[in-house]
Design a protein around this ligand. Structure first.
Ligand SMILES: C[C@@]1(CC(=O)O)C2=NC(=C\c3[nH]c(c(CCC(=O)O)c3CC(=O)O)Cc3[nH]c(c(CC(=O)O)c3CCC(=O)O)/C=C3\N/C(=C\2)[C@@H](CCC(=O)O)[C@]3(C)CC(=O)O)/[C@H]1CCC(=O)O
Ligand SMILES: NC(=O)c1ccc[n+]([C@@H]2O[C@H](COP(=O)([O-])OP(=O)(O)OC[C@H]3O[C@@H](n4cnc5c(N)ncnc54)[C@H](O)[C@@H]3O)[C@@H](O)[C@H]2O)c1
Length: 335
């Protein structure tokens, strides 16, 4: 099978920008609907329109150019969609767009299209766009239908709420680690549940009260992840989450890149020497020193590092110094 070059996704701001749709059938109507939704200034050129398109023209939501396609329709346009039921006409529209350096979508020819229209899950301001690069549009549509069920409309409210309080959140949590944990709480905690129940005021209130008393999270946590044989595919959800939450990942030399790469991009890493792993007291001092700079430490130590440190003893000693130790089973099964 020939290699298909993937498309580059962009989200275009079409507000008040002139867009031409050539053709006035069912496909043109679908494209016009999403263009209007994006606030575009829509021009539809065709000798005949669907009932809905004709109504929108009457309501002045779009401008109807009555007639057969002419290249000068493209003058002063920003984007063009060729949606007639004639391949030759669509190809001419594409040529006229190329002549003017405009991006064009040709609804009956993915290869001619310089942009394609994706299938969209609309949770504005959140938009999930799915593309099959023109290979299987119906598959894109089916994937969208699955996602419609997965992501309810409360997601839109959640995004709006996060957007509205974004500056206040940055102000209450100036430290990036703390802010990230706040966002974990915002997106995983009670707020999405309240929004799903339609309790918008309560949701907003919960957010405001968390902002008023910032950083109620345990300040210093060591999460000890047992990586088993080190295969990232076997990592448990808890292991993955702990890796993802850590500000620094401390590991021995047996832990390899595929596993470490599951940590956050901005998390630091520290390779720990074998010697430290044999002395509970030294390891404790090492960890306490780390807490001068970090709040969440993930400790990923392989079994083969011959760990002699007493986990229980270390946990107790750290807790005297205000550090919570959390031990998670990192692997779901041994292969
Ligand atoms: C996603 C969506 C967006 C939208 O149009 O808004 C979209 N097609 C949708 C629906 C749909 N498409 C087709 C049917 C009829 C099925 C049937 O009855 O036979 C249905 C109706 C349905 O399924 O409901 C068939 C079809 N599609 C194209 C051709 C021409 C060709 O390939 O030669 C043929 C005829 C050949 C064939 O039959 O295969 C071409 C294109 N269609 C694209 C987008 C672009 C590639 C996107 C991608 O691959 O990612 C691209 C290249 C150009 C473009 O239009 O930008 C929208 C789903 C919206 C949703 O989410 O519900
Ligand atoms: N991209 C997609 O999602 C998709 C899906 C299904 C079909 N298609 C393709 O899209 C084409 C259009 O589908 P449709 O259902 O909208 O067709 P349709 O027959 O309902 O509409 C065609 C429209 O084009 C207009 N038209 C014809 N010649 C014209 C010209 N010279 N200048 C201006 N307008 C002209 C007609 O007046 C009509 O309004 C189909 O031929 C099919 O190949 C694409």
């Amino acid at each position: 099978m020939p290699r298909i070059t993937p498309l580059y996704p962009i989200f275009a701001d079409l507000a008040a920008r002139p867009v031409l749709v050539v053709g006035g059938g069912a496909v043109a109507e679908r494209k016009v609907r999403s263009l209007l939704n994006a606030g575009a200034e829509v021009h539809v050129g065709a000798p005949a329109l669907t009932e809905t398109l004709a109504r929108w023209a009457d309501e002045r939501r779009l401008k109807h150019i009555d007639g057969m396609f002419q290249a000068q329709w493209l003058d002063n346009m920003w984007l063009v969609i060729a949606a007639t039921n004639h391949r030759e006409v669509n190809a001419k529209v594409k040529q006229a767009a190329d002549d003017r350096g405009l991006l064009s979508n040709v609804v009956d020819d993915p290869a001619l299209s310089s942009f394609q229209v994706p299938s969209v899950v609309d949770r504005a301001p959140l938009t999930i766009a799915i593309s099959s690069a023109g290979v299987a549009p119906v598959l894109a549509r089916r994937l969208r239908e699955c996602m419609e069920a997965m992501f309810d409309h409360a997601l839109a409210d959640l995004a709006k709420l996060a957007g509205h309080y974004r500056a206040a959140i940055r102000h209450a949590y100036p430290n990036t680690g703390a802010r990230r944990r706040f966002y974990d709480w915002l997106f995983d905690g009670p707020i999405p549940i309240l929004l799903r129940q339609g309790k918008h005021l309560e949701a907003e209130q919960a957010l405001i009260s968390n902002l008023a008393t910032p950083d109620t999270w345990p300040a210093r946590v060591v999460t000890w992840i047992d990586p088993g044989p080190g295969d990232p595919g076997l990592l448990t959800l808890n292991g993955l989450r702990a890796l993802n939450e850590a500000d620094i990942v401390v590991h021995d030399s047996h832990i390899e890149e595929p596993l470490l790469s599951l940590a956050r991009r901005d998390a630091d890493r520290r390779l720990i020497s074998g010697e430290l792993l044999h002395h509970t007291e030294m390891l404790k001092e090492y960890l306490l020193k780390l807490f001068e700079d970090y709040q969440r430490v993930a400790l990923v130590i392989s079994n083969s590092a011959l760990l002699r440190v007493e986990q229980r003893e270390l946990t107790e000693q750290l807790s005297h110094r205000g550090v919570l130790t959390n031990i998670v089973r990192g692997v779901s099964a041994q292969s």
